[in-house]
Write a protein that binds this ligand. Structure first.
Ligand SMILES: [Zn+2]
Length: 390
């Protein structure tokens, strides 16, 4: 079990989403360090403490607010090993099967490197070893053993070197006090295109089922679907998969953020600039142009306020799709032609108005047929001349 005895998180804020809108949960039973029945020689004098918890008004995360590092230390050193089902949560079919259903999608067979946090059993990692993965695992007390490289320590405080294609944590995150330290370490260990998968108990499900107590001293966190997503996002990752609120456990696959910021209004403004640029180009092209692709980019040009009706004469439009050949662009005299040799024999400049992913094949095909006209492309990079040999 990965765990830190430090508690740097300000308990004035939600450790999942960071909101300061938190409310104390009434109650606070005094619970023993272990809630499972123990042998008679251990049953007396089990240390006990009040459990105090708060809930976030923003993401509904529930978390313990009055942690005592010494009590936790004692719990893990002397009582946690009394749980007879150490790996039960992971190996129980109830939890294992939903996890295994994700494997074909996120853990395909291959020569991938994988780190499992909070694991010290080869058997638990059999599903990854069977995929051909190179496996490392970290857990306090873990011993070097055959197929898996084990590291004895706490993830987030014990240094772990290396970059991994996959990082797995099953029923571990709910134990972590220094959750920010945990995710900082994850940033260092996950490859740029890597995927991490975290599985935690679903507090929302527990409460919905009417279980009278969900608290235990070893669990400072009680995630719901919203709070798990909020935590992963706040820690700089992007959720790729997250299962439903009615499941007994939550499973989230995530990776690094991709694509940068998305500002549709600024982006559309930029595209209007490109439309003006292309219209100005058509206006200057006395010999005319061929628009290759009767799709959305062509429509942006033909219906732009910058487009002039007198330019129809200088425009030919072609498309590879036989279904639309012979038809006309609405409200124009422009008939969609076939992109045959005749269409290009005039030597008019060609503007690629079809989707960017088709550009390389179209350019290769035109050049292979000996079409020598200048080719311009409209793509994510704007409106640009195509370098002849690409
Ligand atoms: Zn929150």
């Amino acid at each position: 079990m990965a765990r830190s005895t430090l508690n740097p998180i300000s308990r004035n804020a939600c450790p999942a989403c960071g909101s300061s809108e938190v409310v104390q949960i009434p109650g606070g039973s005094v619970l023993p360090a272990i809630l499972f029945p123990v042998e008679s020689d251990r049953a007396a004098d089990v240390p006990a403490r009040a459990v105090r918890a708060a809930a976030c008004c923003e993401c509904q995360h529930v978390f313990l607010t009055d942690l005592d590092p010494e009590f936790s230390e004692n719990l893990y050193a002397n009582y946690y090993n009394l749980y007879p089902f150490k790996a039960l949560e992971t190996l129980n079919a109830f939890y294992r099967e939903p996890f295994n259903r994700l494997l074909p999608v996120f853990c395909p067979p291959g020569n991938l490197s994988l780190l499992e946090i909070g694991c010290d059993e080869v058997e638990q990692m059999r599903c990854f070893l069977d995929q051909g993965y190179r496996c490392t695992a970290i857990n306090p007390g873990a011993r070097e053993c055959g197929d898996v490289r084990f590291i004895d320590g706490y993830y987030g405080s014990t240094p772990v070197t290396g970059n991994f294609d996959r990082i797995i944590s099953r029923f571990n995150l709910e134990h972590i006090v220094d959750i920010d330290g945990f995710f900082e370490q994850l940033h260092q260990n996950l490859k740029a295109d890597g995927i991490a998968i975290m599985q935690v108990p679903n507090a929302e499900h527990f409460l919905h089922m009417g279980v009278l107590n969900m608290f235990a001293h070893e669990h400072p966190h009680y995630f719901c679907r919203k709070s798990l997503a909020a935590l992963i996002s706040r820690c700089g990752f992007e959720v790729r998969f997250l299962n439903g609120v009615t499941e007994p456990s939550l499973i989230c696959a995530f990776g690094r953020r991709t694509g940068g910021s998305y500002d549709p209004s600024a982006r559309i403004g930029g595209l209007m600039q490109v439309v003006s640029e292309v219209c100005a180009f058509i206006g200057r092209s006395d010999d005319g142009v061929v628009l290759y692709g009767a799709g959305l980019s062509a429509s942006a040009l033909l219906y732009s306020p910058d487009f002039q009706a007198r330019w129809y004469d200088r425009i030919a439009i072609v498309d590879d799709n036989a279904v639309i050949q012979g038809r006309l662009m609405p409200n124009t005299p422009l008939t969609i032609g076939r992109p045959d040799d005749q269409a290009f024999e005039s030597g008019k400049s060609i503007i690629l108005t079809l989707s960017q992913q088709y550009h390389p094949a179209v350019i290769r095909s035109l050049r292979a047929r000996g079409v020598a006209a200048d080719i311009f492309a409209i793509s994510s990079g704007g409106f640009k001349a195509v370098v002849s040999d690409c």
